[in-house]
Design a protein around this ligand. Structure first.
Ligand code: EPU
Length: 417
């Protein structure tokens, strides 16, 4: 188990450079096997989810060369094999290999994907698209057998705008015959990034970033170069950190438009932030006011920033109210925030925060990636020492964590226990 040890309450200043978006990278990498040719991705974040995908690529006999922030993927010897559960169950994004392998081979056997335990996370919408394009799907416990003679484009309306189903649908339809239209599609910037990559590879996709995406299938795709967009959740997490304990903390290499739903809330709370196109400067904000937050699909407030923001709400005056609409189980940071001194009542998908309360260093546990991020922010704000157990969850999504935080003045170390 990895443990983070943090001596809190040190003012943080200087700059943090944001890396490439995790949730783009984890879809772009499987999408690269849609061609038999070389693809180079740059601005690839150095996080364990990428290493897990690299292990899957190696297993499928795909050559991978990783540089400091790039990855070159050569799928000329790609094999269609059942990915062992211990590889595919490490992360949710392993199911992008489902759609990519169906597109290439018209057949795939794969286990139910892994990912943070923040809710039931079904994959029925992805299966709905596979079926609409002609696939038969046999479920054998956790194992899915999916097969078709031919992939024929179709119009599919999603029951909810699922990010994963939209991306899987785009990947599988890219090599299908005819036109596929995905209605009620998710609109996240990561989906636009995937479509940009595929269009560079020769796909014909329009409407990415809107709720109707149209994919005209093509016979084959080619390799390309692609630079991944900045990670909006890493951006938002560090902007919140700046509001907690920053002294002109500059968050650089960002796309400010992608975090507008967060910065709008921060401004409304009275936070001291300056927003430029590619950087955001944040200062510790005194006299923050409580607010109301409801998580939604993009361009609404992202569920992935709900837990980091919860830490800031503990420092705001009065009552804040949070409604989590995407996941059933995304308040697992709250008992630990309360242990550190917060006053949060939570039930089902609703939480009420009464603030402000001083936070004290404690022994806490990261139950998942963003819960871990919330506790990390609390630890950096708190007086005294915090130990965060199961810190490997945090390393799944935040690259060079220790280096980036040490550079801005944090006292933080990581060790195995
Ligand atoms: N849903 C269904 N059926 C489906 C798909 C989704 O019922 O077939 C419902 C579930 O309740 C599910 C919710 O919709 O929990 C959201 O699912 P969605 O498919 O939109 O999310 P995802 O593709 O599984 C991605 C990110 C998550 C992020 C969500 C929402 C990746 C690898 N993961 O998940 O990121 O929370 O979109 O924006 O891209 C994280 O980074 O911490 C993280 C959890």
């Amino acid at each position: 188990m990895k443990v983070l040890k943090i001596e809190g309450n040190n003012k943080l200043s200087g700059s943090i450079r944001i890396g490439g978006a995790k949730n783009s990278a984890v879809a772009l990498i499987p999408a690269c096997i849609l061609t038999g040719n070389l693809t180079t991705l740059t601005n690839v974040p150095d996080i364990t989810d990428i290493t897990d995908l690299e292990n899957i690529l190696n297993y499928l006999n795909v050559e991978v060369k990783r540089g400091s922030s790039s990855i070159v993927i050569d799928p000329k010897n790609l094999e269609n094999k059942l990915i062992p559960a211990e590889l595919s169950c490490k992360l949710r994004a392993s199911y992008y290999f489902m759609s990519a392998l169906i597109a290439r081979f018209h057949k795939v056997d794969m286990y139910f994907p892994g990912g943070c335990k923040i809710g039931s996370r079904p994959i029925d919408q992805t299966l709905k698209i596979f079926r609409a394009l002609g696939c038969s799907v046999i479920e054998d416990g956790d194992l899915f057998h999916i097969e078709t003679k031919e992939l024929i484009g179709n119009t599919v309306e999603l029951d909810m705008p699922s990010v994963g189903a939209t991306i899987n649908g785009i990947i599988v339809a890219a090599l299908a015959e005819g036109v596929t239209v995905i209605k009620n599609a998710a609109r996240e910037p990561e989906i636009e990034d995937v479509c940009e990559l595929l269009n560079k590879m020769g796909a014909k996709i329009t409407g990415a970033g809107t709720s109707t995406v149209k994919i005209e299938g093509v016979k084959e795709l080619d390799g390309c170069f692609h630079n991944i967009i900045p990670d909006r959740i890493e951006t938002g997490t560090y902007v919140i950190l700046g509001c907690l304990i920053g002294n002109y903390l500059s968050i650089d290499n960002v796309n400010s438009e992608h975090v507008k739903s967060l910065t709008d809330i921060l401004i409304e709370m009275g936070a001291d932030i300056t927003i430029n196109d590619e950087s955001i400067v944040a200062n510790e904000s005194k006299n923050l006011m409580g607010t109301t937050v409801v998580t939604k699909g993009y361009p609404g407030f992202p569920t992935d920033l709900q837990q980091p923001l919860m830490t800031l709400l503990t420092q705001a005056q009065g009552k804040s109210h949070v409604t989590e609409t995407i996941y059933e189980n995304r308040f697992m940071n709250c008992p630990y925030l309360n242990k550190m001194g917060a006053n949060i009542e939570f039930h089902d998908r609703e939480a009420t925060v009464l603030g402000p309360n001083k936070l004290k260093g404690m022994d806490v546990v990261a139950t998942d990636l963003r819960a871990g991020a919330s506790l990390l922010l609390a630890a950096l704000k708190a007086k005294g020492t915090t130990r965060i157990e199961n810190a490997e969850h945090i390393l799944r999504g935040y690259e060079d964590l220790i280096e980036k935080l040490t550079n801005i003045g944090a006292k933080i170390s990581i060790y195995d226990e």
